[in-house]
Write a protein that binds this ligand. Structure first.
Ligand code: MIC
Ligand code: SF4
Length: 641
C-alpha cells in the first residue's frame, strides 16, 4: 500500500508503536524549537531533568514574543535563555531577528525531517515538507533530552488543490476556505496533507501561510510535498543541500478528502471572534475600520510585504486608520530596506514595528474601544488584542493593504491590475543574529522573575471536589491563561501568573480556587483550543485544579493537562453537561486505582444533584502512569530511579 508524505516521514522516524490511526506512537525528533514565552519553562524543565546537553540534530530558541520589555522581567528572561542555550547546545535567535516560524522556514527547516516546537504554529515549516508539530514546552524539553515524542497516529486528510489562484486571491484565502469547510475542530487528530495540481502554483512562503493556519483547525500538522519549488526556495536561501524530494505515492490512501478549486476562490475574511467564521470580503465591503495590522507568523514573508509595498506605493493610509506593519524576519526587513520598498511603506504613513509577534499576541497596538481591526494574523479570539470589545477580522495582506488606504473593508480586486511578486534568486542571508552554543558551562544569570518550577504530588486515591467554573464551547487557552503585555512577561513566574487564570471569563477564579483548595473545571466542546502554552495547565495545576471534565478537549491542551497531572475527562453523554452546575460537588471514588488499572470509563457522582454520570479517559498506558504519578516530570524522575 502506498504512503502519503506525512506517513513516509512518520515511518522513517517511528520508534514505538504501530502506524494505526488512533493508536499511540513514539517518533524520533530531529529538530526542536521553543520561543521565549514557552522557552523559559522548557529550559527550567530541561534543567530539572539533569541532562547536560541537548541530543537533537538542531535545537533553537527564538526570542520573539516578549520583546516589548515593559519592565525587567522579559530582558532578564532573555539573558537566562541565552546563557542556558549556550551551555546546553541550543542556537539562540536574538530579539530583533524575527518571528520563530518565519526565521525557521528561512534558515533551518528541512524537508523529510521532524520538528517539535513549543508553539502551536510550528507546522508552518510543513510548507517546506517538514513534519512539524506544536506541543507544550515539557514535551519539547523531553525531546531535547533525546526522548521520543508520543502522539496519536493521525488520520490523513487529503486537501486536493486544483486550478490556480485568480488575481488578488491569496494563500490566506486558501486556508480560510479550509477553515470554513473544516471549522476550528475539523482537523482534530489529523494531518492536513496538500496534493493536486494546484500545489505547484504556490511558492514556499504561500504554502507556509497555509500550513501555519492549519493549526486553527486543531490539526496535528499540515504538510506539502517537497518539489522543485521547494528546491528553488532553499537555493535562494543558500541551503540547497537541505533539499530532498518528497511526494505521496500514487496509490496512497487518505482517510478523508476535500477539494478546493483555487481558480474559484475570492478574497475571504474570518469575522469576530473565531478563525472559522469565514465570509467573503465582498459581503463586508464598505465596513468602516480603525486599524490594520500586517505581520505575524502567518503573513510576513518577503513575498507578502512586497505585495503590500506595491499596493501602498504612492498612496496614503486613510486618516481614520492606524496601519501597523511588522516584517516576519530581519531578512525580510533588510531586503525591503535594500530595495527601497520600505521607503514606500514609510511614505504611505504606516507605523513600522520590530520583527516580532507584537500585536498578534496583544503586545502593544491594541485597537480602540469597539475598534474594528483588520489583521493578517491567524487568531481573532475575543480580547486577544488587549481590547475586550475589539472586532478583529482576519484577512490577506492584499485585503489589509487595500483597506488601509480606503479606510473601509475593501475587496482588493477593486484595485485593478494585480501585483505580481516572485521569489528572489537570492535572499539576503545573514546569520549574525544567531548565537551558536559554546558549551562553556557559564554561570546562568537568573533574574528575580524566574521562580522555581512547581511540581504536583501523586494523584489522590479519591477525588472529591467542587466545580469551580463552568464554561461553554471553544474556550481558548487565551481565556484560560491570557497573554498580552501585562501577563506574558510573567511566563517564568507561575505564582504571579496564576493570579490571572481565567481572568477574561471570571476574574475571581484564582482567589476562589485558592480559598477552596482547588477544584474541577467543566468545559464544552473543543476546550483549550488555540495555543500550545502549557501555562494553561501548569497555572491551574498550581491553583489546585485536579480535573477538567469537558465534551471534548483540543489536542495540545489535552496532552498538557496530562503532563501536569490534571485528569482530563470526556463526558460520555454530552447532554449531561446541562445537568452539572458551577458549585456542584463531584466525587470519583478510587480514581487512582481506576486510572492505573486501565479503566476507560469512570463513574462520577454529583453529590449536589444526587445524579451519577460516566466520563471517558482517552489515555495510553504511558499517560496513565504519568497521571497517577503526578505529571511527566515526576514520572521521568521515577523512571530514571
Ligand atoms: C500564540 O499565538 O497564541 C502563541 C503566543 O504563539 C502561543 C504560544 C504561547 O502562548 O507562548 C502558541 O500559539 O502556541
Ligand atoms: Fe507569534 Fe502570533 Fe505567530 Fe503566535 S501566532 S507565534 S504570537 S506571530
Amino acid at each position: 500500500m502506498g504512503l502519503t508524505v506525512a506517513q513516509k516521514i512518520i515511518k522513517e522516524h517511528l520508534v514505538t508503536g504501530k502506524m494505526r490511526v488512533g493508536e499511540e506512537i513514539g517518533i524520533k525528533v530531529d529538530h526542536t524549537l521553543v520561543q521565549d514565552a514557552t522557552g523559559t519553562m522548557a529550559f527550567l524543565q530541561f534543567e530539572a531533568m539533569g541532562i547536560p546537553e541537548v541530543k537533537t540534530g538542531k535545537s533553537l530558541i527564538y526570542v520573539d514574543h516578549n520583546t516589548l520589555q515593559t519592565g525587567f522581567e522579559s530582558p532578564d528572561d532573555h539573558v537566562f535563555l541565552q546563557d542556558m542555550a549556550s551551555n546546553i547546545g541550543v542556537i539562540y535567535s536574538r530579539p530583533g531577528n524575527g518571528i520563530c516560524h518565519q526565521v525557521n522556514l528561512e534558515r533551518f527547516a528541512e524537508p523529510g525531517k521532524t520538528l517539535l516546537g513549543a508553539d502551536s504554529h510550528t507546522p508552518t515549516v510543513g510548507g517546506l515538507g517538514m513534519l512539524a508539530i506544536g506541543v507544550g514546552g515539557l514535551d519539547v524539553a523531553v525531546a531535547m533530552g533525546g526522548g521520543q515524542f508520543y502522539m496519536t497516529m493521525p488520520k490523513i486528510i487529503n486537501v486536493k488543490l486544483t486550478g490556480k489562484l485568480a488575481p488578488w486571491a491569496s494563500a490566506k484565502d486558501i486556508v480560510l476556505e479550509v477553515l470554513r469547510i473544516l471549522s476550528v475542530k475539523g482537523g482534530l487528530k489529523a494531518v492536513l496533507e496538500y496534493t493536486g495540481d494546484g500545489v505547484k502554483t504556490l511558492s514556499v512562503p504561500e504554502r507556509a501561510t497555509i500550513t501555519n493556519m492549519g493549526a486553527e483547525t486543531g490539526a496535528t500538522s499540515s504538510i506539502f510535498p517537497s518539489d522543485e519549488i521547494t528546491l528553488e526556495f532553499l537555493k535562494a536561501q543558500n541551503r540547497e543541500a537541505a533539499w530532498k524530494p518528497l511526494a505521496a505515492d500514487d496509490d496512497a490512501i487518505y482517510d478523508q478528502e476535500l477539494e478546493i478549486n483555487l481558480s474559484e476562490l475570492q478574497p475571504l475574511t474570518a469575522c469576530p471572534h473565531s478563525p472559522d467564521n469565514v465570509r467573503s470580503v465582498k459581503e463586508l465591503e464598505g465596513m468602516e475600520i480603525n486599524q490594520v495590522v500586517i505581520g505575524s507568523c502567518t503573513n510576513s514573508s518577503y513575498l507578502d510585504l512586497m505585495k503590500v509595498a506595491s499596493i501602498l506605493k504612492g498612496k496614503k493610509v486613510h486618516p481614520d486608520v492606524s496601519l501597523v506593519l511588522a516584517c516576519g524576519s530581519r531578512q525580510v526587513f533588510q531586503m525591503l530596506a535594500d530595495n527601497g520598498s520600505l521607503a514606500e511603506i514609510i511614505k504611505s504613513g504606516a507605523r513600522i514595528i520590530e520583527c516580532a509577534c507584537g500585536p498578534c499576541i496583544g503586545m502593544g497596538q491594541s485597537p480602540k474601544s469597539e475598534g474594528v481591526s483588520l489583521r493578517t494574523i491567524n487568531r481573532n479570539f475575543k480580547g486577544r488584542t488587549g481590547t475586550k470589545d475589539a472586532q478583529v477580522y482576519l484577512v490577506s495582506p492584499e485585503t489589509a493593504a487595500a483597506s488601509a488606504i480606503t479606510g473601509i473593508m475593501t475587496d482588493p480586486r477593486s484595485l485593478g491590475e494585480t501585483v505580481v511578486v516572485t521569489i528572489p534568486k537570492n535572499f539576503a542571508v545573514d546569520d549574525s543574529m544567531f548565537i551558536f552554543p559554546e558549551f562553556n558551562n557559564k554561570e546562568i544569570r537568573r533574574g528575580p522573575n524566574i521562580k522555581a518550577l512547581p511540581l504536583k504530588d501523586e494523584l489522590e486515591s479519591n477525588l472529591k471536589s467542587e466545580v469551580l467554573l463552568k464554561v461553554g464551547d471553544n474556550i481558548t487557552t487565551d481565556h484560560i491563561m491570557p497573554a498580552g503585555a501585562k501577563i506574558l512577561p510573567l511566563r517564568s513566574n507561575i505564582p504571579a501568573m496564576a493570579e490571572y487564570v481565567f481572568e477574561p471569563i471570571d476574574p475571581s477564579f484564582a482567589q476562589r480556587a485558592k480559598e477552596k483548595g482547588g477544584g474541577i473545571v467543566l468545559g464544552g466542546e473543543n476546550y483549550g483550543q488555540g495555543s500550545s502554552r502549557e501555562h494553561a495547565a501548569l497555572a491551574p495545576m498550581y491553583l489546585g485544579v485536579k480535573a477538567v471534565i469537558a465534551k471534548s478537549i483540543a489536542r495540545i491542551h489535552y496532552d498538557n493537562l496530562v503532563n501536569f497531572g490534571i485528569v482530563p475527562l470526556i463526558l460520555v453523554d454530552s447532554s449531561i453537561y446541562d445537568t452539572i452546575a458551577q458549585g456542584d460537588q463531584l466525587a470519583i471514588n478510587g480514581i487512582k486505582t481506576a486510572i492505573e488499572n486501565g479503566d476507560e470509563v469512570l463513574l462520577v457522582q454529583n453529590l449536589t444533584s444526587g445524579k451519577e454520570f460516566a466520563a471517558k479517559l482517552l489515555l495510553s498506558v504511558r499517560q496513565r502512569s504519568v497521571l497517577s504519578g503526578g505529571g511527566t516530570l515526576n514520572w521521568m524522575k521515577k523512571q530514571n530511579n
